[in-house]
Design a protein around this ligand. Structure first.
Ligand code: PBG
Length: 335
């Protein structure tokens, strides 16, 4: 397959690394702001930007401030903003009814962004954990996370998000059958253009810790999510999940977490050729930020290198908390 290379010194691989312009010329991959989906946390109130301690630089924003963030993202050419609600404690109940309340935080933020920043696309999360008193993504009965009843609730949640005007729905719950059920519900209600970005290969990971702080689910969560999220030991199972979700009507698929699972990204892209995303999750962000704050690594360079790795692994885009910082860095490099 590969042509044989001439022996040294005819071949000197350092020739094409000798200066910045030549390195740019032979670069195999590149990053651009259009690769990013920016996850943001929404909370109640007005005029509030509240730091998340375990995610330095990340804020929980009230709806008016989320609209400002969407404006900022659009100006940086970031194509999609992804909303995660921090639900007030009194709206976290066993029946999770707040999840399909047309006036919940996620839906209010969606309508406000659509009115003020129509050019940005909006992605939302489908899962019950921000609305449950257990911290789990599904209903819990006698200690079991029950699948089919949860899927019914996820359909209602997805429909309420579509009614509010979202462009992309991201089911992150890992219940079986939810992509097909949600797709059918959307088609049935006339939401033909709403996209599904399935969290298809989502692993039961220790790297979600800071996110659970950010959405206020850490305290409630008893046990772990290993009966629905994947075992980090597995690869073939990820391919089966992705294949199934595409067959049920997912438009795009995701691997999550990102950096520890680049092998899965590569294999998914090569196997299916579908739009493939990775989620550089909260713990990955926190590790880089913590080391940078201690002066142990160059944070900006580590950010860029970590994001380039996803492109090299075959991803079409990345969900990352670094989206605005990296977009600014790219704009500066161009200026
Ligand atoms: C839960 C959900 C999680 C994340 C996105 N949606 C956490 C979990 O599964 O417990 C994690 C994102 C991150 O860590 O940045 N539905």
């Amino acid at each position: 397959m590969r042509p044989t290379q001439a022996p040294f010194p005819a071949t000197r691989l350092r020739r094409t690394r000798q200066n910045a312009s030549i390195r740019a010329l032979v670069a195999e991959n590149s990053l651009s702001a259009s690769d990013f989906i920016w996850p943001v946390f929404v909370r109640s109130g007005e005029g509030i930007e509240e730091p998340v301690p375990s995610m330095p630089g990340v804020l929980r924003r009230s709806v008016d401030k989320v609209v400002e963030a969407a404006r900022e993202a659009a100006d940086l050419d970031i194509p999609v903003i992804c909303l995660f609600p921090y639900t007030d404690a009194n709206n976290r109940t066993a029946d999770c009814a707040e999840a399909w309340n047309p006036d919940n935080l996620s839906n209010r933020a969606t309508r406000a962004i659509k009115a003020a920043v129509p050019e940005i696309s909006i992605m939302t999360d489908v899962a019950l954990d921000p609305y449950s008193d257990t911290g789990h993504d599904g209903f819990v009965v006698d200690g079991e996370i029950i699948n089919d009843e949860t899927v019914e609730a996820l359909m209602r949640q997805a429909l309420s998000q579509a009614e509010a005007g979202v462009d992309i729905i991201g089911p992150s719950d890992m219940m079986d059958g939810r992509i097909g059920a949600i797709r059918q519900a959307l088609e049935g209600a006339g939401h033909r253009n709403v996209m599904l970005l399935s969290y298809a290969a989502k692993y039961a990971s220790a790297f979600y810790g800071p996110f659970r702080d950010a959405v206020g689910a850490s305290g409630a969560l008893k046990g772990d999510k290993r009966t629905y999220q994947m075992n980090p030991a597995n690869t073939d199972e990820a391919m089966r999940l992705i294949e199934r979700d595409l067959a049920e009507g997912a438009d795009m698929v995701m691997v999550k977490p990102g950096m520890p699972y680049l092998d899965i990204c590569r294999r998914a892209k090569e196997t299916f050729g579908a739009p493939t995303f990775a989620y550089q999750v909260s713990g990955e962000y926190a590790m880089i930020m913590a080391a940078a704050q201690n002066g142990w690594i160059d944070g900006d360079k580590a950010m860029e290198e970590s994001l380039m790795a996803f492109k090299r692994a075959g991803c079409d885009g990345i969900l990352t908390y670094f989206a605005p910082a990296m977009a600014r860095r790219l704009a500066k490099a161009r200026a």
